[in-house]
Design a protein around this ligand. Sequence first.
Ligand SMILES: Nc1ncnc2c1ncn2[C@@H]1O[C@H](COP(=O)(O)OP(=O)(O)OP(=O)(O)O)[C@@H](O)[C@H]1O
Ligand SMILES: [Mg+2]
Length: 359
Amino acid sequence: MAESVATTEQSPSDPVAVGSEGDLPVVLEAAGLTKHFPVRRKGRAALTGPRRAVQAVDDVTLTLRRGRVTALVGESGSGKSTVARLLAGLYPRTAGDIRLHGETVNVKRGRAFRAYARRVQMIFQDPFASLNPVHTVRYHLTRALKIHGRAGDDLEKSLHDLLTRVQLTPAERYIDKFPHELSGGQRQRVAIARALGADPEALLADEPVSMLDVSIRLGVLNLLRDLKERLHLAILYITHDIASARYFADETMVMYAGRMVEGGDSETITQRPAHPYTRLLIESAPDPDRLAEGTASDVPAERGAGEPPSLIDPPSGCRFHPRCPVAMQRCKTELPPRFDVGDASGHWAACWLYGGAAR
Ligand SMILES: Nc1ncnc2c1ncn2[C@@H]1O[C@H](COP(=O)(O)OP(=O)(O)OP(=O)(O)O)[C@@H](O)[C@H]1O
Ligand SMILES: [Mg+2]
């Protein structure tokens, strides 16, 4: 399976996590999502050596609901962008299922891909790279509207509405500008307006503010929140910064070395983290409230130090065990499933601390 990159189908009865917001309609969900990138082999190894793959994403299950922000948090290389790209249909998956309104998604290119992309749009980290420097705001937005068949009878009004929706007003001031004539925050707003040009139901925002000045990050996050509330978008918010997940996301999922390790509502995850890795993440990003309350976790920071593992040959059992300050014998050999943590509904951790007797 490691070498296969074929798109696979699974039965629609596979288990898919149901968050604490069980009543809100599910827009997009993934079950058992897996992506292995084959490693190119050179020379004789290409003929005789073992087939190897970067196990970038393994058995990821998540649910995006209408009008909800779900944060995906983890350190560099943990597989966050790969999850977003799989969900956007930009990579074929090695295994697992992606469902849009309950229907398995199997698009590769052409018309079916465009129809899917209209409903599931992505926003990237670097708005400068994602906008073409030789074209104006008008060009970018007009193209998005036309590709998705939404230019309508009054193109000028549609363009005006898009810019107003991302709070670039008066629209006339921005419409004929080139990307280099805008600030980073304004560029990201144009990228968001372009995504909205498709009238999507889900937005996959891959570190949308991490390249922006700290002073303007909040404005862009507040804009995304406003879109969630007014347009009822389902938003996946990818970030390194678990503190911003508490502020901005309803639900938070934590990823380590390609696997989900903890999930639940953002307040619970950030204030009462259960998985030793989540505790480590929170300790390395101090939250003023938590420090003031004196409730820092009891995991000694130096014991969780170290590097993320190789994803070509990831650790057996729990992938975090070599860095885990409280690892037990079974963590080295047995992969922990999701266990309910029990302090809040929908809070789970893939950690043997929460399941069965220690061995
Ligand atoms: N196209 C690719 N081919 C081979 N390996 C890849 C490819 N894309 C990503 N990877 C590997 O997959 C793993 C996960 O990468 P990914 O970009 O998803 O991580 P990330 O969590 O988004 O990291 P960052 O926070 O730095 O953006 C990494 O080990 C990366 O080297
Ligand atoms: Mg990334």
